[in-house]
Design a protein around this ligand. Structure first.
Ligand code: ADQ
Length: 459
């Protein structure tokens, strides 16, 4: 761990603890909070608010033992840095969707200037002994900007998304500059070996790099370290959440509405990387191939909209509206609809109750850094009668969760077959697979991830 050194976490947005909402927080926020509390640390990032002109004001707040330090951005910053370079350029590119990636020099300039501003503001808060942990693709150049200001602290970076293969990454006009910026960090963390391999591949092919022992990476005449730190959930807390009064109430409500049928469940942010269209099509195929399943199963898909200002997100939302209408129009009866498509969020406890009553968890992203829903579905199950996890082989989670039914999410046939196989699976096999999965989810939990990264970064 970091010993007594203070931890400074930096992310685009700050998920500060909210008074009066126990059980509503994600595992990441919980894990970072516990590390921050132990080290009397700070969480720094964008407040989510905008101001007409950046004034350098840092809002310091203390809540439940955590100090948050937030700054506001201008509407132009949000358009170029956040919606632009982060979410119209890097997000699609990092999820292998160069067809959706937009390359625009204004986005690039906005990204560089907001990272510089983050660095200038953050540098004022840093003590020489602090350990700095930067999160995700929004902030790749942050360490380089901090170093330019004379900051010598240990700085680590963790990428929550995939890292794309060399041939895709080189479509980004400033790819060299972006990757070189990573060499200002002391430690780079990736979710899965495929993403780490793509990174080292780039460095050896494009930057005349070399790989040393213990994750040492040399390139661009610089050195850093890169290693795997697969993120987990707070498994014990999620398991407890699944038995909470709210979860039980939700489970009871679900059982009444399931009425003896089998429920399949999907829970995802409404994002094109999550494979929702392909999942709906695979399910539609299953319904047409297995007419005896009509009126005996249904799919509950929960998908709260995200990044609604971006065209590709409006398109996927429109497509899913159409597709869900088509599937229900073709198959529904007066007392049954095959697809319940819900565009809102639920509390963690309610979600846990929903997962626990679902016979099948469908987690079929086309590409995903890790995917925490897969782990949450496992943690919420009843040990005596667990459901079956159907998991995309292209999610980082598949490296760790081999006892799930692994599918190719691009293939409707594969999805239809795996639904059939999951529904037919007898209890002893379900228990055997679940026990193996649960052991992994419990061991590689979020506390393990956080400790592994920080102890290595502390050196
Ligand atoms: P995301 O792309 O957001 O995360 P994921 O890992 O599945 O994807 O995490 C989503 C979280 O939001 C889960 O905790 C889930 O329960 C919650 N959630 C989703 N829909 C919800 C709803 N309707 N109501 C309430 N909660 C909901 C990014 C990367 C992932 C990586 C994580 C963490 O894209 O690959 O696993 O970061 O590193």
């Amino acid at each position: 761990m970091t010993g007594r050194r203070r931890l400074v976490v930096v992310s685009n947005r700050v998920a500060a603890p909210r008074a009066g909402s126990p059980g509503n927080q994600g595992g990441l926020a919980v894990a970072l909070e516990s590390a921050l509390k132990q080290t009397r640390g700070i969480w720094f990032g964008w407040s989510g608010e905008t101001v007409d002109e950046f004034n350098g004001h840092i809002r310091l707040e203390r809540n439940q033992g955590i100090t948050t330090a937030t700054i506001d951005l201008t509407p132009e910053d949000v358009a170029s840095y956040y919606e632009g370079y982060s979410n119209r350029t890097l997000w699609p590119l990092f999820h292998y969707r160069i067809d959706l990636a937009e390359y625009d020099r204004q986005f690039e300039a906005g990204y560089a200037s907001v990272n510089r501003r983050f660095a200038e503001t953050l540098a004022q808060l840093l003590d020489p002994d602090d350990i700095v942990w930067v999160h995700d693709y929004h902030l790749i150049p942050l360490a380089r900007e901090l170093r330019a200001l004379g900051v010598c602290n240990r700085i680590g970076f963790f990428l929550h998304t995939p890292w794309p293969p060399v041939r895709l990454l080189t479509t980004l006009p400033d790819h060299r500059q972006l990757v070189e910026a990573l060499f200002s960090y002391d430690l780079l963390g990736f979710q899965a070996s495929e993403w780490l391999d793509s990174f080292t591949d780039y460095v050896t092919r494009e930057a005349d790099g070399r790989l040393g022992p213990d994750g040492e990476v040399a390139g661009f005449g610089l050195k850093t370290e890169a290693a795997l730190f697969p993120i987990g959930i707070d498994a014990a807390a999620f398991r407890r959440a699944a038995q909470s009064p709210e979860a039980r109430a939700m489970a009871k409500r679900m059982r009444t509405s399931i009425a003896g049928r089998h429920m399949l469940v999907g829970v995802d942010r409404l994002d094109y990387s999550k494979g929702l269209e392909e999942r709906f099509l695979g399910y539609e195929r299953f319904l047409s191939e297995d007419p005896e399943s009509l009126n005996r199963v249904f799919l509950l898909q929960i998908a709260p909209p995200s990044r609604e200002g971006i065209g590709s997100y409006q398109e996927i939302r429109d497509k899913l509206d159409q597709l869900s209408g088509r599937i229900n129009g073709a198959h529904a009866e007066v007392d049954w609809v095959p697809l319940r498509y819900v565009n809102r969020g639920y509390s963690r406890r309610e979600l846990a109750g929903i997962f626990r009553t679902a016979r099948v968890g469908l987690v079929t992203p086309l590409r995903d850094g890790m995917n925490l829903v897969a782990k949450e579905y496992v943690a919420a199950q009843d040990a005596a009668d667990p459901g079956v996890l159907v998991l995309s082989r292209f999610a980082g989670a598949a490296e760790d969760l081999a006892e799930a039914l692994l599918v190719n999410p691009f293939s409707q046939e594969d999805i239809a077959d795996s639904i059939r196989q999951a529904l037919a699976m007898e209890r002893p096999e379900r228990i055997r697979r679940w026990e193996a999965l649960m052991a992994r989810v419990e061991t590689n939990d979020v506390a393990h991830w956080q400790k592994a990264f920080l102890s290595r970064l502390a050196g």
